[in-house]
Write a new protein. Structure first.
Lengths: 159, 116
C-alpha cells in the first residue's frame, strides 16, 4: 500500500500477506493513521513506513510478523517492523515479531527539519528482532530528540 | 551469468537501484554504477537473475524474443503443469497519491509485486 502526497488517510483492519513491503506513506503526507492491521511476510522491506510528513502520523494496534527477513542488507534504515521519520508520531500497542532489523525505529534527522523529535512510543510488544543485522535494537532511536517518550514492553529475544 | 539487466536494490526505500552494465561469466565479475544512498560497506542483493536460481520457489521473469518468460524452480519431484502458478501484474495493492480524506478498511492483500 503506497500513500504519497495525501493527508487524512486511515488504514484499518486490513491484512497484507507476502508483500515486498507493507504500508508506506511518504512524499509530503500528513495525518495518516494505520491502525489494527495485520502484516505478515513482508519479505524485503519495512512493515509500516512513514517519512516526509508535514506533521503527524499514528500507528497503533497493528500486528507485524516476519518482516524484512529475506535480505541480509545491514542498511541503517531497513528493514524494520515500523520506521518513522516524521515530526510527530504516536506508536502504540503494536505487536512485532521476527524482524530483520529494528522492531521500531524512530529516525530523527539532524538540522532544522525536526523529524522524529516529538514521538510517543508506548506499550508495544517487540520480539525476535535483529535477525539479519548487527546494529540496531527492538526500539531504536537515531539522533537527538527534544520530546521523545518510550514506554515499552520489550522481549529482547532477538539479541 | 544470465541476463545482465537485473536490478540492484539497496534495501532502502525509496528503492535505489542500478543496472548491471557488464558481466564476465568466467570471472563472475559484474559491473554497475554506484547505488545512490548506499554507503560503502553496506549490502545489496540481486533480483531477477535466472542464473542465480538455485533453490525451490526462486524465480525470475525475463524476456526472450520479446516474450516474457517466467523461470521457476519447483520443489523436487513437482511438475509445474500439475498446479496453477499465479503471478502479480501490479506493483502495489493500493496507491493513494495526492488524494486526501481517504479511509481504507477491511481489505486483504496477498502477494502484491511490491507494497500491500
Amino acid at each position: 500500500m503506497k500513500i504519497t502526497g495525501s493527508s487524512y488517510v486511515t488504514v484499518t483492519d486490513c491484512a497484507l500477506d507476502y508483500t515486498s513491503g507493507g504500508i508506506f506513506a511518504y512524499s509530503t503526507c500528513d495525518y495518516v493513521s494505520v491502525c489494527s492491521n495485520t502484516i505478515t511476510n513482508s519479505y524485503k522491506d519495512t512493515g509500516i513506513y512513514f517519512e516526509t510528513f508535514t506533521t503527524s502520523g499514528i500507528i497503533t494496534g497493528n500486528t507485524l510478523t516476519n518482516i524484512g527477513n529475506s535480505t541480509t542488507s545491514p542498511s541503517p534504515l531497513n528493514p524494520c517492523g515500523i520506521y518513522v521519520n516524521i515530526p510527530v508520531s504516536v506508536i502504540t500497542e503494536n505487536t512485532i515479531s521476527e524482524v530483520g532489523r529494528n522492531g521500531i525505529q524512530v529516525q530523527g534527522q539532524s538540522g532544522s527539519t525536526g523529524y522524529g523529535k516529538t514521538s510517543f512510543v508506548s506499550d508495544n510488544n517487540v520480539q525476535n528482532f535483529m535477525r539479519g543485522s548487527a546494529d540496531g535494537g527492538g526500539i531504536y532511536g537515531n539522533a537527538a530528540w527534544s520530546d521523545l517518550t518510550v514506554q515499552a514492553i520489550l522481549y529482547p529475544e532477538g539479541m | 551469468m544470465g541476463r545482465c539487466d537485473c536490478d540492484f536494490e539497496s534495501g532502502v526505500f525509496p528503492i535505489s537501484e542500478s543496472k548491471i552494465s557488464a558481466s564476465d561469466q568466467s570471472s563472475t565479475n559484474i559491473t554497475f554504477a554506484a547505488v545512490a544512498d548506499t554507503p560503502a560497506g553496506y549490502g545489496f542483493y540481486i533480483e531477477n537473475l535466472t542464473a542465480d536460481i538455485d533453490a525451490a520457489h526462486e524465480w525470475a521473469c525475463t524476456t526472450d524474443g520479446g516474450a516474457e518468460v517466467v523461470t521457476l524452480q519447483e520443489d523436487t519431484g513437482i511438475n509445474p503443469s500439475t498446479h496453477t502458478i499465479l503471478g502479480t501484474i501490479r506493483d502495489d495493492g493500493i496507491v493513494c497519491a495526492t488524494k486526501s480524506y481517504i479511509a481504507i478498511n477491511g481489505l486483504r492483500f496477498n502477494t502484491p509485486g511490491r507494497m500491500g
